[in-house]
Structure formats: structure tokens, C-alpha cells
Write a protein that binds this ligand. Sequence first.
Ligand code: SAH
Length: 360
Amino acid sequence: MTQTTNIPQLRGLSLQELTALCIELGEKPFRAKQLYEWLYLHRIASINEITNLPSKFLEKLSSIPVSTLTLGDVSESQDGTKKILFTTASGKSIETVIIPSELVGEDNNPKRRTICVSTQIGCALDCKFCATGSMGLLGNLSTGEILDQFIQGEHVAGTKLTNLVYMGMGEPMMNYTNVMKSVDVLTDPTNDMLGPKRITLSTAGVVKNIRRMADEQRKIKLAISLHSVHNHKRSDIMPINDSVPIEQLMETVEYYYCQTRIPVTYEYIVFGEYNTSPADIKRLAKLTRRVPSKVNVIPFHDVDFVRNQADGPALSSATQEQFDNFVYALRAEGVTVMARASSGKDIHAACGQLALSKGA
Ligand code: SAH
């Protein structure tokens, strides 16, 4: 496995780390707070934009870039979804997606603009339906690289972003420290970015860190990629299920809910017959009743991406009728179901698809 090393950059450093840097550079510690504001409230792209710090200090700082992520192609879907390709300092591609909500406000603009950020370059989990999974893990993104997707994404959107989901490339719970450091900056009210309830972390089920997040009383939302409710089938499409079976995952979800009292979201890709039988529906409904929750039912994006059938079961998209019937039956069981039209399908805005097609 090739691990990339993150190049140092200013954005991503906590106030404590900036204070240590100021001391190291022979500056007064209080300068750190000013620098912190420039990085996260004013969201500068370069040191040259700073107006209230001594030029000697700025000179010393200029050897460290503010940000190392380079903005690449931006493609826009007919539904307004924007997909951004970034290149890291190590020359790897990552992707970020901005999704406007279908609901519009009084000003006729979408009520929400959600940014979907990547947390790793590639992914180690090897889920059989996921394009990122076929890349293997190339490295973790730094806190700064995660935050820069939000900050540069806001420029691309040309307006404030209202929500953030850790649902791009990678498994956020396998890059826990950097992801949580990015949460700390995003939810620091002095930065005027996002409230914790507007942030969702999606995981395939890294239970140790779901517990840790609950214990740390982080008030962000949790989403669980479920996709099947039977261990043998879930293991066939999500190898993590071999080490964390559904029972253990559900116990951890209960623990998370008991600690935080925040309702949980389950993600469920509809794969035609594979996971939509009456037995699947009954069991899914039963599982979701364990804590207050909703289910996001997702169409399978299989555009431009065919995985080796020997490497997992043959998966196909559901027909519109299968999809609608599944949603209807699940609702009839009393489950709260969110079923959205597939966003950005024409620009390959599904996990890992663009970066993969560019040969990340
Ligand atoms: N590793 C984390 C977050 C990244 S994946 C997780 O597993 O939750 C984000 C979401 O996109 C997950 O629910 C994932 O299952 C879904 N996804 C991945 N590939 C997809 C595809 N081809 N079509 C539809 N959804 C997909």
C-alpha cells in the first residue's frame, strides 16, 4: 500500500497548534488567535490577504502554504449538483460534491446546499458496489485538506453552504483524528461555518469509533451504510461485516443514541432483487425501530463502473417500479423513508466515480 504523506499547511492547525507555531517562530502567542481568524473566519487563500500582522511575522509564515489542495475540474449536473475534482500536493485526485436541495425558499433559491467531502484518498473497506473501494487505500486526508474542500467548495458554490456530510471518498471513522479536528473547526461558532446538527458522518460500521464519537459527546449526526439486513449478504457486499456483524453494529447504534439522543440515519442502496424482498423489508423495519431513525433509500449509481463479478455478487440498479415499490412497502411498515431522485447522475457524482475515471 502506498501511503501519501501530507505536506504541512497552515489551514488545519488548531488554535493550540497555531500558538505553538507562533512561539516557535519567536512571536507572541496572542498572534495565534489572529491567524486562526484569518484562516477560518475570513478563509484566506494566501498569506498576502492578511492585513493586521507584522510583516516580519508574515515573512516567516510565508514558507508554509495556507492550503495545498488545487482546484481542478468542476462539472455541473442538470439538477444543479456540482462535482469538484481537487488534486492534493502528492498529486492524487479527490472529489467533493455540492448538492442543492430540491426544496426552494421564498427567494427561489434552494433551501439547503450540502457539501459532501472526502476523508481519505481511496478506501480500505472494499465495498463491492463502491468505485472508491476498488482503488484501495492510498492515504488519509489531513484536517486542512478536509476543511479546504468546504472552504474552496463555498467559493465554487458562490454562496454559503448550509450542511456538510462526510460521505465522499473514504471511511471517515478510519481517519478519526483528522476528521474530528475538522469537526472542531467547522462547529466553532466564532468561525461562522456550521452548527453540529448540520453535519453528518457516514460510516460502514467502524464500531470502536462510533462509541468514541458518542463518548466524546459530539453532537453531529450519524449515518450508517446498511445496504443489507442479512449478515451473509451484507458480508458479500461489505467485507467489514465479517468483523462487525449486524447485531454488533446495531448494539453500537443503540449506544450512540443513548449517549447523544440524536436520531440515526440508515443508508440503503436499492439493488433490484438483491435486497428488496418482503423479508428484507420486515427485517429492515424491525432494525430501524430500535432507535429513532430514518432510512435514506438510494438508487445504485452504476454509471461507468463495472466491478469484476468474481469479486462479489452481481449488483444491478433497481427499476423505477422496484424502487418505488420498496419505498412504499417500507413506509407501510411505519418507517420514515427519505427517497431522493438520484443527484448528479449525469456527472458521475457517486462515491469515487470521478476521481476513478481520472485515474486517481
Ligand atoms: N465509507 C463511508 C462514507 C463514504 S460512502 C460509508 O460507507 O458510509 C457514502 C455513501 O455512498 C455510503 O452510503 C455508500 O454506501 C454510498 N455509495 C457508495 N457507492 C455507491 C454507489 N455506487 N451508488 C450509490 N451509493 C453509493
